[in-house]
Design a protein around this ligand. Structure first.
Ligand SMILES: Cc1cc2nc3c(=O)[nH]c(=O)nc-3n(C[C@H](O)[C@H](O)[C@H](O)COP(=O)(O)OP(=O)(O)OC[C@H]3O[C@@H](n4cnc5c(N)ncnc54)[C@H](O)[C@@H]3O)c2cc1C
Ligand SMILES: Cc1cc2nc3c(=O)[nH]c(=O)nc-3n(C[C@H](O)[C@H](O)[C@H](O)COP(=O)(O)O)c2cc1C
Length: 798
């Protein structure tokens, strides 16, 4: 094959050498606009795992790189005069120049032709000159090739909010260092890593508006650098900051990161009547934010994968080779990009977390990408995590007004107590409200007693009853429970009494009104959201609407009389909930039900003062809240569940959700329970582990109100990380509690934490479970590193 790589960065050079190594008969040429051994830039970072991939792909290159690497394990975070260190992170740094030189030398040794000082402007002419069978577009982040064929490659470029500058210094750092400094204009941060014996990369970053307020947009390159030297003087110890971007003038060294994703990576160009594949690779195809240090890794791994595809699938034709390359790499890249997105957003919003004390700020930063879970941090540095858990526990017990118990080991963050008004929850786990559709005439029965009772015995700090309706016509289905009469109150009070007598869990009531989503079948008899076959009751909503077009009943717009009646129903139900003895109340303003329909612009098109802007749309839910707050005992909390994201064009966004949190905080809400979606049927949620937690994080740390995170939180590790990082105050767990009422007890046993109280009747199960889990752990560690065959042989032997 004749292969032409346009761009002599890591992607082009590495692909070139791998192909030449694969088959010396390949003619490979790399065309680069810069001079040989001439590049700008400081150091790049790899993780230990990337090094493993390089060793497998080409050992001689990997060995030379390894000799040139600066390796370190620690991360230091400097914040508000404190230094927090976490160990065991395993990173390597190497000068970009050094890396390119190694790759260039290896290319030359293998016989790859390197053509320098040639800026390619006509890809087809170049391909024709070299009679190319394959052209690689690896011309970097500002790829001319990607731009030239943008209709085919379909790039999406998202220019981000921070300005950053890539500087260097001779100051040495023995850890990957993050330094945060406050100015009168806002916060700046530096990402610093030493990459050879005497040089460190020093990236300074700040949001665009802070950059402008500080006047950096009007400063010369030298003035801008002097500003950074002064700001980070404590880290530099008299060493100057250096720039090697001599070709850039003034503030042009400060750039904004473009997040790039391409819809397609492969094109076929016509070269003298022959169809030649043109393939994107490296930064030309995608970018991942520098804060997770993966741009070079991705470029090298693209090269490894395309070379592998050529070796494995070449016989099946280039179409197959390229299809597999794009499939495999686009998935891998998406994974890294989504972790990089979390990391990038964390750094873009540092001011959201600067009210934290240093230990929590550092933990939040370390876990920002959600790729390093709590237990993984412990594997890296048990001392750090133990110390931090003790710190979290001390603060939590102080907040709850409870003495810290003496325990043999630190208390997992999810098991620390939490106080809201006069109620102290024994831990941070909530059984999320889940409709069971098993009531008759709104009366909860034995099913509810057993269902909620079992979950209250299962270890959670708070068990929330399902959406309970304030009037018969407020029900979703005929199976929904209610609180519109005293018989219902008494039936609930039997359940509450059981929970209080037999467990130390607290119990919450969730009050709601179905609005336009009412009068439907139970899911297993007629289908979810389907109207009843007969006996439908009339529906009201913020504005006239049909939830499922062509299917649902049409709800009419609520009149002021309807609204007054419904508010009175909420108040009456609140009084009954208090009489039944519930510890906690939750107002359901989510999922497209009545109160939610007022909040979302997709369902509220009113022209009176209850519509219009967000304040107008929230007016009715806030009035209902104020009315129930007045009827609910002052020492018991009320949380408010909202859909923090409608996941639909023109709907509620997380920015709105922060504003909604502020509005509810102002009228005395204790917590925001941060769900999302279900407001319109054509919403497109982006699911994933803990996918709604970022909303709880934003509302908590921007609006300053406590939050409940919910949604795909299904392991203790998730909950511990969320609580420890201050992303939410409580974690609500729904579906896992349907499968396992004792989720908290069993997840705690899996952690190996022995000091959680079990119901006295179940203690023998605790001992057995802990023993069996320990055996599994011992077996897993004994088998670590063995192949499945070796494990099987061991089992047969034993
Ligand atoms: C501030 C900052 C910090 C970073 N930190 C890290 C890090 O810590 N770790 C990490 O892994 N990555 C890091 N990166 C990213 C990393 O530098 C890139 O992701 C990586 O170099 C991508 O390799 P590439 O080969 O795709 O592109 P590049 O390295 O950009 O190479 C493209 C090459 O193409 C050449 N070229 C462009 N146009 C033409 C043309 N028309 N004709 C001929 N030649 C052309 C360019 O001169 C260049 O040499 C960082 C990037 C930035 C901006
Ligand atoms: C069967 C079922 C019924 C639900 N009913 C309610 C409800 O009554 N009120 C409510 O606010 N959310 C309800 N939800 C949503 C859950 O409380 C929770 O937000 C959602 O399931 C995501 O959490 P998970 O990933 O832990 O399941 C229900 C969810 C399920 C699975």
């Amino acid at each position: 094959m004749n292969i032409v790589c346009i761009g002599g960065g890591p992607a082009g050079l590495y692909f070139g050498l791998l192909m030449k190594k694969q088959d010396p008969r390949h003619e490979v040429v790399v065309v680069e606009r810069n001079r040989a051994y001439d590049t700008f830039g400081w150091g790049v970072v790899f993780s230990d795992q990337t090094l493993g991939n390089l060793v497998a792909a080409d050992e001689p290159t990997a060995r030379t790189i390894l000799q040139a690497f600066n390796h370190w394990d620690d991360i230091d975070v400097f914040f508000k005069g404190h230094k927090v260190t976490s160990r065991g992170h395993g990173f390597c740094g190497i000068g970009r120049k050094r890396l390119l030189n190694i790759l260039q030398a290896r290319c030359e040794a293998l016989g790859v032709k390197l053509v320098f000082e040639t800026a390619v402007s006509d890809v087809r002419a170049l391909a024709a000159d070299f009679r190319a069978d394959l052209v690689i577009g690896c011309d970097g982040i500002n790829s001319g090739i990607r731009a030239r064929y943008q209709e085919v490659f379909r790039p999406e470029v998202d220019t981000r909010r921070c300005r950053f500058v890539w500087l260097g210094t001779r100051q040495r750092f023995d850890a990957f260092t993050f330094a945060f400094e406050e100015t009168e204009h806002g916060w700046f941060q530096a990402h610093i890593y030493q990459f050879d014996g005497e040089t460190s990369t020093f990236i300074v970053e700040t949001p665009e508006e802070v950059w402008q307020r500080a006047g950096l947009d009007r400063m010369s390159q030298e003035e801008g650098i002097a500003f950074c030297e002064k700001l980070f003087a404590a880290r530099l110890d008299g060493h100057p900051l250096l720039s090697n971007a001599t070709h850039l003038r003034g503030s042009a060294i400060w750039i904004k990161f473009p997040r790039i994703v391409c819809g397609n990576w492969v094109h076929r160009i016509d070269v003298g009547g022959k169809e030649v594949p043109l393939v994107l690779m490296g930064d030309a195809a995608h970018t991942a934010h520098y804060s997770i240090g993966s741009g070079t890794k991705l470029a090298l791994e693209d090269a490894i994968e395309l070379a592998r595809c050529c070796a494995v699938y070449r016989a099946e034709g280039m179409d197959k080779v390229l299809a597999v390359y794009q499939d495999v790499r686009s998935v891998e890249v998406l994974k890294i990009q989504s972790a990089a997105r979390n990391s990038m957003e964390w750094f873009e919003n540092v001011d959201r977390y600067t009210q934290f004390e240093a230990p929590q700020f550092a933990y939040s930063m370390l876990t920002r990408s959600q790729r390093i879970p709590h237990e993984n941090l412990r594997l890296r540095d048990a001392g750090y995590v133990d110390g931090y858990e003790n710190w979290v526990a001390e603060r939590a017990f102080a907040q709850a007004g409870v003495d810290v118990p003496s325990a043999s080991r630190p208390i997992p963050p999810m098991l620390t107590p939490f106080r809201a008004r006069g109620v102290v929850l024994k831990n941070r786990i909530v059984v999320s409200p889940m409709a069971q559709y098993s009531a008759t005439d709104g009366l909860p029965g034995d099913f509810h007693l057993v269902h909620l009772g079992a979950r209250a015995m299962g270890g959670a700090g708070l068990v929330c009853a399902e959406m309970t309706c304030v009037s018969p016509d407020a029900r979703i289905t005929r199976g929904c429970p209610g609180l519109w009469n005293d018989a219902q109150r008494d039936a609930w009070s039997r359940i509450v009494a059981f929970v209080h007598a037999e467990t130390d869990a607290k119990i919450a009531m969730q009050l709601g009104h179905a609005g336009a989503k009412g009068s439907t079948c139970v899911p297993w008899a007629g289908g979810e959201d389907q109207p009843l076959a007969a006996g439908n009751w009339p529906l009201v909503s913020a504005s006239a609407q049909q939830y499922l077009a062509g299917t649902s009943q049409t709800a009419r717009a609520a009149t002021r009389d309807d609204m007054a009646r419904i508010q009175a129903d909420f108040v009456a139900a609140t009084r009954r909930a208090a009489e039944a003895g519930f510890d906690w109340l939750e107002l359901h303003c989510a999922h497209g039900y009545l109160l939610s329909s007022f909040i979302s612009p997709l369902t509220n098109r009113r022209h009176d003062e209850y519509g219009g802007d967000l304040a107008g749309r929230c007016r009715y839910p806030l009035e209902v809240f104020a009315a129930i707050r007045a009827a609910w005992p002052a020492d018991r909390p009320i949380s408010v569940r909202i859909s923090a994201h409608d996941w639909a064009d023109g709907g509620i966004t997380p920015d709105d959700a922060v504003a909604i949190g502020r509005l509810f905080k102002a009228v005395g809400a204790d917590m925001m329970d941060c769900s999302s979606g279900q407001v319109v049927p054509d919403a497109k949620p982006v699911y994933g582990r803990m996918y709604q937690t970022p909303f709880a994080d934003r509302i908590r740390n921007e609006a300053g109100i406590a939050t409940i995170a919910v949604g795909a939180i299904f392991e203790a590790d998730h909950a511990n990380g969320i609580i420890a990082a201050g992303r939410a105050d409580l974690c609500a767990i729904a579906r896992p509690h349907l499968a396992n009422p004792a989720w908290t007890l069993t997840e705690t046993a899996k952690l190996g934490y022995p000091s959680l109280a079990w119901p006295k009747q179940y203690l023998s199960a605790k001992a057995q479970l802990e023993r069996n889990l320990q055996r599994e752990k011992d077996a897993a560690s004994a088998n670590a590193g063995l192949t499945p065959q070796e494990i099987a042989a061991k089992l047969i032997d034993s």
